[in-house]
Design a protein around this ligand. Structure first.
Ligand code: ZN
Length: 302
């Protein structure tokens, strides 16, 4: 009996983890939970990426369900307190696990999840996730890597509650090899996932600097009123600027270093781009981005 009580108490404690999430209203139809400009750790427990909800009329559209089962469940509780209605669909903007490990919560409710076909090639659902290694056990409880049930490898347009939802499958490698942008033309709102960071230095690790810049130029040409990234709480079109100017300058500096015959070690040491040094995660990301850009660009002219 005593052990049953201990077990029940432990289970209650595990399922009782709370992030303290509060939705922010972006416009009449869109709410987001904005993550902190940090890397995942046992303090933020993965609450460092954005998760957004669109009111389609009779149903919610979910853009990135967040980093854990507990996060997704709590965000859903908060959003349905605003308007009680079911979820139509969950969209995963890309394969990085801070954005989609909440899938399991929605799948357990019978809601479909859509993501790029890159999930098939790039995510091994039996591997231990970065998130599991870096956040607390309590926050990660009930989380397991659940892949999208619908895979997308080209543009597609959905009509849900008579609203048009355009899915743009970025056909070049940008932030990753499978980025999906979600555009709601009537609401003039574009969700860009991690093609846009506006409160921290972007991560080029799994991306391609040329494809990424080209994708940002496409977004700038679309110029919708609301542009929401995967990290950062800027919600207007100038939210593109930080990522765009950082990547443009990075490419120019690295190209120059290559043209001058500088080796990669020297480029990493000397390309500092001081105007970005006060942007979040500069110390953690910048020199790795120089290295990644160098490796991409040194082959570009071959
Ligand atoms: Zn990402």
């Amino acid at each position: 009996m005593k052990s049953l009580w201990i077990l029940l108490t432990a289970t209650t404690l595990l399922s009782a983890f709370e992030y303290g999430l509060k939705p922010e209203k972006v416009n009449d139809k869109v709410y987001c939970f904005f993550g902190k400009p940090e890397v995942m750790n046992t303090k933020n427990n993965g609450n460092m990426a954005n998760s957004c909800f669109v009111d389609l009329g009779q149903q919610w559209l979910v853009i990135d369900p967040g980093p854990t089962f507990a996060y997704a469940k709590e965000a859903w509780r908060e959003i349905t307190a605003i308007k009680k209605m079911p979820a139509a669909l969950v969209i995963n903007t890309h394969v990085h696990d801070d954005h989609w490990l909440g899938n399991g919560f929605y799948l357990s409710q019978g809601v479909d999840v859509l993501g790029a076909s890159a999930f098939k090639e790039e995510v091994n659902p039996s591997a231990v996730t970065r998130m599991e290694q870096r956040v607390s056990k309590e926050a990660y409880a009930q989380t397991s890597p659940k892949l999208p049930t619908i895979l997308l490898d080209q543009n597609s347009t959905l009509h849900i509650d008579e609203k048009e939802v355009r899915l743009i499958h970025v056909d070049t490698k940008a932030h990753t090899s499978g980025d999906i942008l979600v555009y709601l033309p009537k609401m003039q709102t574009l969700f860009c996932g991690d093609v846009i960071f506006n409160d921290r230095v972007p991560s080029l690790r799994d991306g391609d600097i040329n494809g990424w810049i080209a994708t940002l130029e496409m977004i700038k040409a679309m110029a919708p009123t609301y542009v929401i990234g995967g990290h950062g709480n800027e919600v207007h079109s100038d939210g593109v600027d930080l990522t765009y100017s950082y990547l443009l300058q990075l490419r120019a500096h690295v190209r120059e270093a290559i043209d001058n015959g500088e080796g990669i070690d020297r480029a990493v040491k000397t390309i500092k781009m001081a105007e970005f040094s006060s942007v979040g995660l500069y110390k953690e990301m910048h020199s790795r981005n120089v290295e990644a850009a160098y490796r991409m660009l040194e082959w570009a002219d071959e």
